[in-house]
Design a protein around this ligand. Sequence first.
Ligand code: SAM
Ligand code: SF4
Length: 456
Amino acid sequence: MDMMSVRPALSGKTYFIRTFGCQMNLHDSERVAGLLDACGCLEAADPAGADIVIFMTCCVREAADQRLYGQCNSCKSLPAPPSGTRVVAVGGCIAQRDGEGLLTNVDNVNVIFGTHAIAHVGELIAQAFEDGGRHVSIAEDETLAAVSMPWHRETVYHAWVPIMTGCNNFCSYCIVPYVRGREKSRPFEEVIDEVSALVRSGVREVTLLGQNVNSYGRDRYGAPRFAELLRKVGETGIERIRFTSSHPKDLLPETIDAMAETPAVMPHLHLAVQSGSTRILKEMNRRYTREDYLDLVRRVRDRIPGIALTTDIIVGFPGETEEDFEETLSLAREVGYAQAFTFIYSRREGTPAAAIVDPTPHEVIQERFDRLVKVIEDTAYEFNQGELHATVPVLVEGASKKNTRVLQGKSPKNQTVHAPIPEGLHIEDLIGKIVDVRVDTARTWYLSGTVTGDPR
Ligand code: SAM
Ligand code: SF4
């Protein structure tokens, strides 16, 4: 069946997608939008104006479930859509995990499509319009890889490029391997061809995506080929390369070399540590120690001086003691993270950690979390001071939310940078351009300064 042909039931219908969770989900949403565009649908500005409302869900932490139920229910009170009928669809990780079971928590959902069923989204929604029934698809479909289908990019200058899906690591707290399945790498040439096509269409920055990009290729070629992939992507003419996520246990020396020797690879590495305590890391099944991690950081910094390191940290893993937590604080200070995503542990049914009983009161965990946030604020502030009085090339994303006369963009180290829009220029002319900014202020979460020279 041709999934992308215009279907009478979909032609001219409007759609709105709300996305929760990680970059992989953001990209999945772009694929869903691309498929609906190819079916003759049009994007709406808000759910009220949409015949089709889609929620792309995340189940990594608990709060997301409740939020989804609330969002689905709120669709009931929306005004009638342009076509008179509204189809509500749920995709992503909660859909994959719960399948039909989701229908018991939300009674107005018409379509449920799992992470493996994105390619079928048009067909499922068309059926819901045609027969008014409820349609669920969470089966794995080997014949249709959604990652090879057209997609609708959020921006013209940046693209997410999934290089693999799934995860083999089974960290003891994490649900991802259960809902996203095992690691599956895309063919090397397909990724390179895709990036080359993006370069031809004006994209300047790509982010290579996977749960564990360092093991890219292992399933397909018998050995990881991430280092080689970075070098080859660097030869396509793309100006900026980023990637995420990188598991510390799989970051090979040859990958660090490839990062150092490929000019387009940006001097930024997201290296999730999760905890600074070797004992907790073992319980988490991360397969590295505190010392391994710190040694890796030293090796990365030796090869790429000044690199920005960012991380993910979980506070309150079952059984974490004050001593364990203090080891996380000291590791964060020692590394000097430029930024960190910090999470309070969330019990996920079906994972090994869910079976560990933990008497630690929530207030204690919250208080530790707040202390960690303070330390990260300090390290981020310190890190940004290194850019004071430097001139940094900034890829412009748009105007600052607070002041439309100020541009906002990203430095090579992924810092947010603000600068007044130069006289005679408009933000529309600058989006997707690179401007040099001389930094005169470095705060915790942004740099600001003055544009020098011409945009390019
Ligand atoms: N594969 C990526 C990696 O290992 O770097 C991470 C993907 S996961 C979607 C993003 C982050 O969510 C993890 O790095 C972890 O810090 C956090 N996370 C995962 N499961 C969690 C849980 N049960 N409770 C709290 N945070 C969790
Ligand atoms: Fe989850 Fe660990 Fe896989 Fe990341 S590496 S997705 S944290 S199991």
